[in-house]
Design a protein around this ligand. Structure first.
Ligand SMILES: *Cc1c(COP(=O)(O)O)cnc(C)c1O
Length: 368
């Protein structure tokens, strides 16, 4: 089986983990946590960082830190992971959804302004699969309408928008360190910002909103702390980020060359006016006239022992939200089409050239 993702742990991971055990520092109080925060903030070009349990937790913290509350509206893409929408819904905030571009998979920024109302408080930017959102257009809108911006850069560590690192935009940004992300801590996340006050809120929310008077609480938070062991992995992984970015792009370009002759599919675009694809995952879109659905193709590929994943199921069609009365009259044709016709193939950092060739051979068999 060639799995859809294999992580790469080939640096100082073992050494730093041993340090945790040798020094007895395994909890969130250990020194790697602050070191990981500082080094990630430096890399991204942000002032402050808060390590936390995972990317979903990071989004929960970001939404709470910005004091978004019941009745507020936040504009975000429908084509994303549920973590983005549930961070809002869990606090009574209403997600207002826009469609995505069919070729970049990213939110169509031209759909945002008509949706802005007196209740709109923020825009959530989510970079999808390898190319960035057109961030400047969003920052301009946010300035004009006095809106906050949350940047979900979970898939984009090392990626740049117009030469500036992703995760460095808007009021607050987040990363995930799940094993399929550019760097992994097994489970883990980070919240970043440039405001000392927002950073204090973020760190308080991560740690149950303990106050000066321990066990006296002014607000409800979360226990979303990261352990020293996770942070030790993170520090080791981040040391390798330059190679990671290079390898991601090499995987993408190698597939681009090998698969270019398959006529029934659309391959990812290599660049836009403002970024080069980082190929967080390598995506395949079946053409409109395809005889097969993505589901059928993924099934056939699994018979040849090739791992795949479907694209996101759009937020406006999620039963859990529809049952709450959300999005019942929303149709976003591109998001729906992306789910039906898209999937991604093995493209994790551990993949070998031999495996890429094998995946390509099978794809030629199944799709030609
Ligand atoms: C992975 C991911 C998350 C969630 O991160 P977890 O660490 O899995 O909770 C959030 N947003 C995006 C865009 C992601 O890709």
């Amino acid at each position: 089986m060639i799995p859809v993702n294999t992580p790469l742990l080939n640096g100082n991971e073992k050494k730093y983990l041993n340090e945790c055990i040798d020094t007895n520092w395994i909890s969130s109080e250990g020194p790697f946590v602050k070191r990981f925060e500082d080094e990630l903030a430096d890399y991204v070009g942000r002032e402050y960082a808060t390590a936390c349990a995972n990317g979903t937790a990071a989004l929960d913290i970001a939404v709470a830190a910005l004091e978004l509350q019941k009745g507020d509206e936040v504009i975000m893409p429908s084509f994303t992971i549920i973590s983005c929408a549930q961070a809002l819904v869990n606090r009574g905030v209403t997600p207002v959804l826009v469609d995505s571009h069919i070729d970049t998979f990213n939110m169509d920024v031209t759909q945002i302004e008509p949706l802005i109302t007196a209740k709109t408080k923020a825009i959530m930017v989510v970079h999808i699969f390898g190319l960035t959102v057109d961030v400047d257009a969003i920052l301009q809108l946010a300035k004009k309408h006095k809106l906050k911006v949350i940047e979900d850069a979970a898939q984009m560590l090392g990626q740049e928008y117009k030469g500036k690192k992703c995760g460095g935009f808007g009021d607050i940004s987040i990363f995930s360190f799940y094993p399929n992300k550019q760097i992994t801590t097994g489970e883990g996340g980070m919240v970043l910002c440039d405001s000392i006050a927002l950073d204090a809120r973020t760190k308080s929310l991560r740690n149950l909103c303990f106050s000066e008077d321990r066990f006296v609480h002014e607000e409800l938070g979360y226990n979303y702390r990261m352990t020293n062991m996770q942070a030790a992995l993170g520090v080791a992984q981040l040391e390798n980020i330059t190679n990671v970015v290079k390898k991601k792009r090499w995987i993408g370009e190698t597939y681009n060359n090998l698969l270019a002759d398959i006529e029934s599919v659309v391959l990812p675009i290599a660049c836009t006016d403002y970024c080069d694809n980082i190929y967080w995952v390598y995506t395949i879109m079946l053409k409109d006239n395809s005889q097969k659905t993505a589901k059928q193709v993924m099934n056939e590929l699994s018979h040849y022992k090739i791992g795949t994943r479907p694209f996101f199921y759009p937020m406006h069609q999620q039963p859990v939200f529809n049952n709450m009365g959300l999005f019942s009259d929303v149709t976003l044709p591109n998001s729906e089409k992306l789910y039906k016709q898209g999937f991604y193939i093995p493209s994790g950092l551990g993949i070998t050239l031999e495996q890429i060739h094998e995946v390509s051979d099978v794809l030629h068999k199944v799709l030609s």
